[in-house]
Design a protein around this ligand. Sequence first.
Ligand code: SF4
Length: 68
Amino acid sequence: MEKKLKIILEKCPQNHKCPAVKICPVGALSQKEFNAPVIDYDKCIRCGKCSNFCPKQALILEEIDVNS
Ligand code: SF4
């Protein structure tokens, strides 16, 4: 199983500075104004720090089945 970070837009209130942007150790999250953060998949190492941190659980490290 591989993992992929996903943003659940419906769970992100998009009205504040995303605290998870600073938590990411590789700078894979960025945010424009108060929009939901954007994931740079080339940088993301799927560590799960942001998904564990987001109080709204808007960032999910999802298991994906590469065989299906
Ligand atoms: S899973 Fe880790 S590397 Fe990827 S965006 Fe979140 S904190 Fe950054």
